[in-house]
Design a protein. Structure first.
Lengths: 553, 475
């Protein structure tokens, strides 16, 4: 049978190379699988290493303390720094709420003997005097003048006088009208034409136009009353003696000004100050240099009375070791009592500021317990050692304010002062890609402070999984050298290079961690006294060198 | 085949880098330009090498998707230069690898899938049309760069020293070609032809400049770099890190044009010369753009790390912030991410041919080809022998030599079986048996339907019959 191949034998030979070509295609496909089977790639004995800078930060003192509302960083004239801790200013109530004239009442019962009645058409006058003492809310108070802005004075009474026509005039000598300067005089009609058993009278006076003027009076706070009866003659029998009863009610008395000797009042100023410098301390205290800690108590006073501050409570506490130390403002054992300034009579209505700087305090000594809270309860007492002959004054709006500050000049010696902080940690990279990681930490420390550091990685329940530094030097920061007294100033920054290597077996622990505890031990240069200046800073550079695993997948 | 996944941004970048590296290091995917197809004159696709050439069919139609498929590679290095086989295992020894590499290592890849083609001859004029998917790539990778990745900048080799990582380049394009060709027999000796091509760019990565000088400080690992980089990328899904398969067809924002010119001259019965210039053109990339460009090439920038507070959020360490930090590093080095249009040139090839016709059935040929790339030229030379058993069966053997490739024995054949033509060319016969040892390999095959000119149809001649036998037959 003729076909394509048999009719031309040459075609048959030509098929051979064709088959070779096809065969080579098929063979190559099969060979591919063998030659390029990368699953047989052995793990190399080498790892590429890649270096990369991670962190380059410069920290000043402001960065270390952050934007805390609890502390203010103050620059002193020599550029050294102080930490100033203060409490919110405490303001007392106004004087009108502290000093009050209580509501009070007085009753009088008097017999009026009228031996000889006047004949009809004529009259006779008979005088009687009374007095009563105004009650005050504190003992020993001598009122010279009380200017009133509110209050009522009520006089009510009765008599069995049986005259057709009679009258009563009562004068209250110490109640003086502020405009006419005349004493309060009340006229009452006692006419009794119907021969009623009693004749009554009643007066209500608003005291806002009056003042109580006790000046010139030798008896304190006494109101004297003059009563003048006028009786007209008539045919009515004489039933002498006649009864005369009256009562005085003084209510809702509010003063606008008070003059006199006001006696003792006590105002409390109680608060606490959070010293966050020790907030993260777990161990150790610090030694402060001489005069490094000042306590400032600033008062603003508009009471026109001598005021003495007596500290009922003044102490610091440390929550870490449950210790408490009493604070003495003027030195150990000295009572915490001091006077403040008050406005004079010429400064009436003004506020006088007193700045008390207690540099002899023992708070610096208390720093060795790492105190976190400073508690105070200051009592401000008027006329503490007062002379009753003194002249005081207050306005209704008089008040007092107290502001307490602690200034910690950063002039201190620290030895292994341990602070600790806990941070949430989230690092979910696959550690299988890394053979090791080396962190190269370069610090250029312009602070006279050395730091030994450790990072502890824990799970969510704070069970430790691993720590960053397992061998070698924990010192990350070397302390900068300082000059001697009095400046104790850094002369040049200190450089420290630290390598921390974490191998792949440990990387897995770190990746699993949920929290990171930073624990640092701080010491000043040679554990000696140093000052911290405004221009100090510290530069931290962290680079990483990673050995990358070459995996077959 | 459906490739339809939304790829995350990170994986998309890895995908791009993997494509680059796989193409760089896998001998399986490197390709070389056509050299030997020219010596199968009955194959219509020879006009892709010289548009003046025409096999003279009245009509030919490429079978869709099967008319021409070509893949291959040509490198200056081999798979065996990279991996060592010891027993049953493969080893990647970096010193071994680096010892086998040159200072500059180049590669050339090419993947062509002809979707459709046809040609029609009218008297002395022949018109051609084709649509083809073309993936073309050229790269240069320096030994220094490879050493850098194998050792790392943190190794003792590099710490404290300045590394020059320049001299690397990539120009990879994936585009669709719509070609309209014309050739004419001017006279008995001379024929001329041209192909006009509209190019639909789909994806491209093109490094116009890749200068990098890097120093790693041994004390704190800070990085100092001076860069002169201009990398242009256009790709669907570049902004959102993912693309749909349909994007590959509807991406029409990047247009280009190219031209092929060719001529063939019959000196005499024995000698023919031909010359052609192929893929003279470029593509303008206007959509799905990203450019990375150094703002100040003279500036040396040092990166020493970021502020410690960048790693903390509300006083808690959060490593997710590291990705934001890495994003800012490019800004530190003055490399800006832009969206600027750019143009990339196609790798143009020049072919010069001299053919000797020993007999009507035996032809020897010499071809010189040079591919003009941005960084380098890629010359090669080929000698070939074609045996025309008939006008419907060609067998060809070739030998090619080019940069770093001295032993490329090729073979090919084309057979017209009725109206169906099948052809196959392998430009490196030994490569399939030892791909790991090959620096070049190209294979091309295809199926066409051919309809010859009626006057050219051969009448099958029976073997000569002696006269005496002829008389008997007549009886």
């Amino acid at each position: 049978m003729k076909n394509f191949f048999t009719t031309n034998p040459i075609r048959a030979y030509a098929i051979m190379p064709l088959l070779m070509l096809l065969f080579s295609l098929i063979f190559s496909c099969n060979k591919l699988k063998d030659d390029f089977d990368f699953s047989k790639l052995a793990k190399p004995e080498w790892n590429p290493e890649f270096a990369f800078p991670l962190v380059n930060s410069t920290f000043g003192i402001g960065d270390i303390f952050g934007d805390s509302t609890l502390v203010f960083i103050k620059t002193n004239p020599d550029n050294s720094l102080s930490l100033v801790y203060s409490a919110k200013e405490i303001i007392s109530e106004d004087a009108e709420k502290i000093m009050k004239i209580p509501d009070q009442g007085f009753d009088f019962n008097q017999e009026i003997p009228i031996e000889i009645l006047p004949p009809p058409g004529s009259s006779v006058t008979q005088d009687f005097d009374f007095n009563f003492q105004l009650i005050t809310d504190t003992s020993g108070q001598r009122l010279d003048e009380v200017h009133m802005k509110n209050g009522t004075f009520q006089l009510s009474g009765k008599t069995d006088l049986n005259r057709d026509q009679a009258s009563l005039v009562m004068t209250f000598h110490q109640l003086v009208h502020i405009t006419s300067h005349e004493p309060l005089t009340l006229n009452s009609s006692l006419n009794n034409p119907n021969q009623d058993p009693w004749v009554t009278f009643n007066h209500l006076v608003n005291l806002e136009e009056y003042l109580l003027d006790f000046s010139g009076d030798t008896t304190s706070n006494e109101i004297t009353v003059g009563a003048e009866f006028t009786i007209y003659g008539d045919e009515n029998p004489n039933l002498t003696p006649y009864a005369f009863d009256f009562s005085i009610e003084i209510n809702d008395l509010e003063f606008s000004k008070l003059f006199g000797y006001l006696g003792n009042y006590k105002m409390h100023f109680k608060d606490s100050i959070n010293i966050n410098f020790f907030e993260k301390t777990t161990f150790g205290g610090i030694e402060v240099g001489p005069g490094a800690v000042d306590i400032y108590i600033t008062t603003k006073n508009s009471f026109g009375t001598p005021i003495t501050i007596v500290a009922d409570e003044l102490y610091v506490t440390s929550g870490k070791n449950s210790q408490q130390v009493d604070i003495f403002l003027k030195g150990p054992g000295e009572p915490n009592i001091f006077d403040i300034d008050s406005p004079t009579i010429g400064q009436i209505g003004e506020t006088v500021i007193t700045n008390n700087d207690f540099s002899e305090n023992n708070l610096g000594e208390a720093f060795n317990i790492s105190p976190e809270m400073f508690y105070y309860d200051l009592g401000a007492i008027t006329n503490y050692e007062g002379d009753s002959l003194d002249l005081n004054f207050v306005l209704d709006s008089s008040r007092m304010a107290v502001d307490v500050e602690i200034e910690f000049k950063l002039f201190t010696a620290i030895h292994q002062f341990v602070v600790e902080d806990t941070l949430k940690f989230d690092f979910n990279q696959n550690p299988d890609e890394l053979d090791y990681v080396t962190f190269r930490i370069n610090t250029y420390n312009g602070f006279p402070l050395e730091v030994d550091m450790q990072l502890i990685f824990t799970d969510a329940d704070f069970n430790p999984l691993d720590s960053l530094i397992t061998e070698g030097d924990h010192r990350i920061l070397a302390a900068a050298p300082v000059s001697g007294p009095p400046e104790y100033k850094v002369t040049e920054p200190a450089h420290k290079l630290t390598d921390i290597t974490v191998t792949s077996d440990r990387l897995g622990n770190i990746v699993d961690a949920k929290k990171m505890i930073l624990r640092a031990s701080l010491s000043t240069t040679n554990s000696d006294l140093v000052r911290i200046y405004k221009d100090y800073n510290m530069q931290i550079k962290i680079g990483t060198l990673a050995g990358v695993k070459i995996n077959d997948n | 085949m459906k490739m339809n996944t939304n790829i995350t941004s990170l994986k998309y970048k890895i995908f791009l880098i993997a494509i680059i590296l796989v193409w760089a290091f896998s001998t399986n995917l490197n390709a070389q330009s056509d050299k030997t197809l020219y010596y199968l004159p009955i194959v219509p696709q020879t006009r892709n090498i010289n548009p003046a050439v025409s096999p003279g069919y009245r009509l030919y139609i490429g079978i869709p998707f099967l008319s021409s498929f070509k893949t291959g590679f040509e490198n200056t290095f081999r798979y065996d230069d990279i991996f060592q086989k010891r027993g049953d295992s493969l080893y990647l020894d970096r010193d071994y690898l680096l010892g086998n590499l040159k200072d500059k290592n180049t590669g050339n890849i090419n993947l062509v899938e002809e979707l459709f083609a046809f040609g029609i001859q009218v008297r002395k004029n022949t018109f051609h049309f084709r649509i083809a998917e073309i993936a073309s790539g050229n790269f240069t990778i320096t030994r220094d760069l490879i050493r850098f990745f194998l050792y790392g900048n943190g190794s003792d080799y590099y710490l404290g020293k300045t590394i020059d990582l320049g001299g690397n380049a990539i120009n990879m394009s994936y585009y669709r070609e719509y070609s309209l060709g014309y050739s004419r027999q001017i006279n008995e000796k001379l024929s001329l032809g041209a192909n006009l091509k509209y190019l639909q760019g789909i994806a491209n990565i093109y490094t116009k400049k890749m200068g990098i000088r890097l120093t790693t400080d041994p004390n704190d690992f800070s990085l100092s770099a001076q860069t002169d980089i201009q990398i242009n990328i256009s790709s669907p899904g570049i902004d959102n890190g993912g693309f749909e398969t349909s994007d590959l067809f509807t991406n029409t924002g990047n247009s280009g044009f190219a031209i092929d010119l060719g001529g063939q001259y019959l000196i005499n019965d024995r000698f023919t010369v031909a010359a052609s210039l192929v893929n003279l053109g470029s593509i303008s990339w206007n959509s799905n753009l990203k450019n990375y460009k150094t703002q100040d090439p003279d500036k040396v920038v040092t990166f020493e790390g970021v502020d410690l507070n960048e790693f903390f959020e509300d006083d808690d360490f959060n490593q997710d912030r590291m990705s934001k930090i890495l994003d800012s590093i490019a800004d530190e080095f003055g490399i800006k991410e832009l969206e600027e249009k750019y143009t990339s040139s196609l790798p143009t090839s020049l072919f010069l041919n001299l053919d000797y016709h020993l007999t009507p059935k035996d032809q020897f040929g010499f071809m010189f080809r040079n591919q003009f790339l941005e960084e380098v030229n890629w010359p090669s030379a080929t000698v070939a022998y074609t045996r025309k058993f008939t006008d419907y069966l060609n067998l060809m053997f070739s030998y090619s030599v080019s940069r770093n490739n001295a032993m490329n024995l090729g073979v090919g054949f084309a057979a017209n079986l009725g109206p169906v033509q099948f052809y196959l060319v392998n430009e490196n016969l030994t490569a399939p048996f030892a791909l790991h040892d090959a620096t070049a390999f190209t294979i091309r095959f295809g199926f066409n339907l051919i309809f010859p000119q009626k006057k050219e149809r051969e009448i099958e001649i029976e073997p000569e019959v002696p006269l005496e036998n002829l008389e008997n037959r007549e009886e």
